[in-house]
Design a protein around this ligand. Structure first.
Ligand code: XMP
Ligand code: MG
Length: 180
């Protein structure tokens, strides 16, 4: 285990098992609809990659990169698009793929933004849900795991761009982000 990790919350195997369940549910929901899975860069990359292999129906993927306005420590909920989608979502069934929902402000704003583009539907799947921190009026349609209010890294989630490549999800030791 990486020495900066306090504890592992979900192992690689637990993640794989959960994504197989989610993938089966999503295949049922989107059967015959050729959904467009929108990966929110960068944290959702490993999640998207593993999840779509478990959704055994035709689908497409695209990528979007957003950042929150305001101070970096607190999400303002107003998102600025750094990289927009390559294709039109008009008439499409859109599935937003996110790494974690914390306050929910980012996801709330993203859903509102994409709904203005006349898609057939917009739904959301988040690998992790820190529901205790929610301030915005939004819940993901699909969630991998509920997590406690701690700093989570691994499987795409970062601290200062590090730890995204860990194959498991864990809690970062406090001394790492207090000193760093
Ligand atoms: P909101 O609060 O708008 O924020 O739901 C969602 C975004 O905040 C980031 N985030 C985290 N990133 N470990 C991380 O690596 C965490 O524990 C954490 N909590 C929130 C994340 O980028 C997410 O998209
Ligand atoms: Mg981050």
């Amino acid at each position: 285990m990486n020495r900066d990790i306090e504890k592992v919350l979900f192992t690689k195997q637990q993640i794989e098992e959960r994504l197989a369940e989610l993938g089966a549910q999503l295949a049922e929901e989107y059967h015959g609809k050729k959904p467009l899975c929108i990966c929110i860069l960068k944290g959702a990359v490993p999640f998207l990659s593993a999840l779509i292999q478990q959704i055994e129906i035709p689908l497409e993927i695209d990528f979007m990169s957003v950042t929150s306005y305001g101070s970096s420590a607190k999400s303002s909920g107003v998102v600025r698009i750094m990289k927009d989608l390559d294709i039109s979502i008009e008439g499409r069934h859109v599935l937003i793929v996110e790494d974690i929902i914390d306050t929910g402000l980012t996801l709330r704003h993203l859903v509102d933004l994409l709904e203005q583009r006349n898609p057939a539907s917009v739904k959301t799947v988040a690998l992790l849900d820190k529901s205790i921190c929610r301030t915005a009026d939004i819940e993901a349609n699909y969630v991998g795991f509920e997590v406690p209010n701690e700093f989570i890294v691994g499987f795409g989630l970062d601290y200062d761009e590090q730890y995204r490549n860990l194959p498991y999800i864990g809690v970062l030791k406090k001394e790492v982000y207090h000193i760093g």
